[in-house]
Design a protein around this ligand. Structure first.
Ligand code: ZN
Ligand code: ZN
Ligand code: FE
Length: 758
């Protein structure tokens, strides 16, 4: 990947009037980059052209070597097409567009505050609610705008004279720090037993908490955006118990490590990964585990990666320093429910799970789970956008009327477009339970209240049975505003195109588990061509039946049965086949057809003996990915049937896999399967003959697949785009829904045109 590219960096924080722009200018000039830097209402925006490796160095140095008086509260970057700048310049401030106050994300504890809480002579020594203008809670405490103390949950606390003096002194680091507090006037800890009886208070809550953790017990801790459940990451028994009680069988658990040194002991950490770990957003970063990570096997079974974050509040710093070892820090909820934010709710919700509750009296206004990020192909990719990022907007280059998009069904997020900003909500989750649906409604109300606006348009998925769709319909009716339905995979594609700042034409490989197609079948292995008049489904995977429909997501063996039935008919039934599945297939009862690549992954995983059932969606596919042997270049055969759309026929591949199965290692079969999918994308891209290829949908959480396809498409001369700031999974849908409905280029993305294209 030697072609020059462009990096766009948005830096929020105390970065104006501190020599930041001249610093960026000097650095860019030193590195021989072209582009510009400018102040805007969002912060400092930088765009630079150059070789990708130089741009990475530039990013790391902007982050590390900035002027001492600057403080970065948030930094997001993405790589875009090269812009062909001639020189580097400091541009006039961008003041176009209405200046609306945006809600700020939470910021991890800054080095100054950390120093204070570790200094025995400081009045905030070991005070877990220290913060300043450069760090601390924002999104999780603000009740309404403007962001003043009276409009935050800190209004319950009256500042003492010393805090008030800091707050009023323009020369103080806490000048107008809204959540400013100290041990004399601010919130405090309390430690409760499982019955909610207080057993320790204030600073005295810490050591019994640590003792309990060391003892292998489960402690629920109220943090910034909700409760965590903590256990000692080295204690296998404790981790197993947490899993059993939380009904979280195998999904990987996140870790919090006391410091970078501990992270390096457990994982291999690149410079970009280190930047992400230490960033003010402090996300969970997915890292390759080292040979002997020293964590309990049940933290992330059968998984070559570990999700690790660093402490991001003073409370976490205090706990982790006492603990002297990594802890499991997973969301404080029962499997599919939203994260608990209120101590009394937590007591009920986590009853029977947590042995102790470390709580405090600073109310959390809204939930924000930990964000998840990884570095793929030298770029950051957000897999779950929540704490630290939400609700920082995705900026688009034109004004959009106020539009609410309600997202999909799984990994739901919603989005509110205001002016030229699209504020994507924090991760809400799968809308499977009443609690999750309530949280979804809550976020929609909350966003409208916070931004004091009401949508002129509502956008939703095409699926008639999504809870989100039903809600959108009712809301639109109440408000007497139009509701627009956007096809699922089209929304994925537009989402990825939006954040990569490309308009049509582009070919999208949109692969995921499930999405309602324009023809009423389940799509999920799509090639959509985004053109000037909407999109055309230029190719898709051959469909097969999914006995039992959605239930096949958990029982991946039935996906395999459907696939085999498609190829061999009744001959495919083995002794082991359940008579029920057999009957469903033969009589075509509850047997929707699907082109889903996600389900193809499941079926292949089951065929080669990886697993027949899963405990979370995508588990079989994930394990199939992890199984893939490195260094295998072969692939399987497939056919492309001519026509409009082209049909990708996987039958030759499945037959070869069955031939391979008795004698070839599953690791090699997996690699060949992945390689075949990569070959298919290149093949279709050649046939469609569109220079730009966009990779989106949940299947592109698969690192092996994504890296392979990008490599092969680049080698074949195509430009390739993938997700960076919003997730490739359904968490990115809402952004695409807004833009598909309200896009810039005339009628480019209009849904009605899209329908006509088919
Ligand atoms: Zn601070
Ligand atoms: Zn005070
Ligand atoms: Fe999807």
């Amino acid at each position: 990947m030697l072609a020059p590219t462009r990096i766009r960096i948005v830096v929020r924080g105390a970065v104006q009037g501190v020599g930041f722009r001249p610093f960026v200018y000097r650095l860019a000039t030193e590195l021989g980059l072209t582009g510009w830097v400018s102040n805007s209402t969002q912060g400092v925006i930088i765009e630079a052209d150059g070789q990708e490796s130089l741009l990475q160095e530039f990013l790391l140095r902007v982050n590390r070597d900035h002027p001492p008086h600057a403080s970065i509260h948030g930094l997001e970057y993405c790589f875009l097409d090269n812009a062909g700048f001639n020189s580097f310049e400091i541009r006039h401030s961008l003041t176009k567009g209405a200046k609306r106050t945006l809600v700020l994300p939470d910021i991890a504890t800054c080095p100054d505050c950390l120093r204070e809480i570790l200094d025995p002579s400081n009045r905030r020594y070991l005070y877990p609610f220290s913060n300043c203008t450069n760090c601390g809670p924002r999104f999780t405490i603000v009740e309404s705008l403007p962001y003043d103390r009276a409009n935050t949950t800190m209004r319950h606390f009256t500042m003492c004279a010393r805090c008030q003096a800091e707050y009023e002194n323009p020369l103080d680091r806490r000048f107008h720090a809204q959540p400013n507090a100290c041990p004399d006037c601010g919130p405090h800890l309390a430690l409760w037993n499982a019955q909610g009886e207080s057993i320790a208070g204030h600073r005295e809550s810490v050591s019994p908490t640590i003792d309990a953790l060391k003892d292998g017990r489960i402690v629920a801790v109220k943090g910034l955006g909700g409760f965590h459940l903590l256990v000692d990451a080295a204690n296998e028994e404790a981790v197993v118990r947490l899993r059993r009680l939380k009904h979280r069988e195998e999904k990987p658990l996140a870790l919090m490590a006391p410091s970078m040194e501990y992270v390096r002991d457990m994982c291999v950490v690149s410079a970009l990964e280190e930047r992400a770990l230490l960033a003010p957003e402090a996300p969970i970063v997915i890292l390759t585990r080292s040979a002997r990570p020293g964590v309990a096997p049940s933290v992330a079974p059968n998984n070559p990666y570990l999700g690790v974050m660093l402490p991001y509040t003073p409370l976490h710093h205090i706990l982790l320093r006492e603990m002297h070892s990594p802890i499991v820090a997973t969301s404080g909820n029962r499997s599919d429910e939203p994260i608990a934010i209120d101590a009394h709710d937590a007591l009920r919700q986590l009853n029977g799970i947590a042995d102790l509750f470390l709580v405090h009296d600073r109310p959390i206004k809204r939930h924000a789970d930990d964000s998840i990020v990884r570095i793929i192909l030298g770029r950051e990719q957000v897999l779950r956008r929540a704490r630290g990022y939400a609700p920082a907007p995705i900026h688009v280059p034109h004004q959009i009327p106020v539009t609410l998009a309600v997202g999909g069904h799984l990994k739901n997020t919603v989005a509110l477009a205001i002016d030229d900003n699209i504020c994507v909500s924090q991760h809400i989750g799968d809308l499977e339970t009443k609690e999750a649906f309530d949280a979804f409604r809550g976020v929609i109300d909350d966003f409208q209240h916070l931004y004091e606006t009401s949508p002129q348009f509502i956008v939703t998925d095409l699926h008639p049975e999504y809870a989100s769709t039903g809600y959108a319909d009712r809301l639109a009716e109440t408000r007497a505003v139009p509701v627009e339905r956007i096809q699922h995979h089209w929304a994925h594609l537009v989402s990825c195109m939006t954040e990569n700042r490309i308009d049509g034409p582009a070919l999208g490989a949109v692969w995921d588990g499930t999405g309602y197609g324009l023809d009423g079948t389940i799509w999920g292995g799509e090639f959509l061509l985004a053109g000037a008049r909407g999109f055309e489904r230029v190719a898709h995977f051959r469909t097969f039946t999914l006995p039992g429909g959605e239930a096949a997501i958990k029982k991946v063996k039935t996906a395999a049965a459907g696939l085999l039935y498609e190829v061999f008919g009744a001959q495919s039934f083995s002794e082991a086949e359940s008579p029920l599945v057999r009957q469903m297939l033969e009589k075509e009862i509850r047997c929707p057809r699907t082109s889903s690549v996600g389900r193809l992954f499941d079926a292949v995983a089951s065929l080669i003996g990886i697993r027949d059932e899963v405990s979370f969606e995508g588990q079989a596919a994930m394990e199939l990915e992890f199984r893939a042997a490195k260094g295998v270049e072969e692939s399987y055969d497939y056919r492309i049937q001519d026509g409009a759309p082209l049909i990708v026929d996987w039958e030759p591949m499945i037959r070869e896999i069955l031939d391979d199965r008795p004698r070839v290692e599953s690791a090699v079969i997996s690699a060949k399967f992945h390689n075949t999918l990569a070959a298919i994308v290149v093949d279709i891209a050649r046939r469609v003959n569109e220079a730009r290829v966009v990779l989106t949908g949940g299947c592109f959480q698969n690192r092996y697949l994504t890296e392979r396809i990008v490599r092969d498409l680049n080698a074949a001369g195509f430009s390739v785009y993938w997700h960076q700031r919003v997730p490739p999974n359904d968490g990115g849908l809402a952004l695409g829904q807004v833009m598909a409905a309200r896009g810039s280029v005339g009628a480019v993305y209009k849904h009605r045109n899209a329908m006509r294209c088919l």
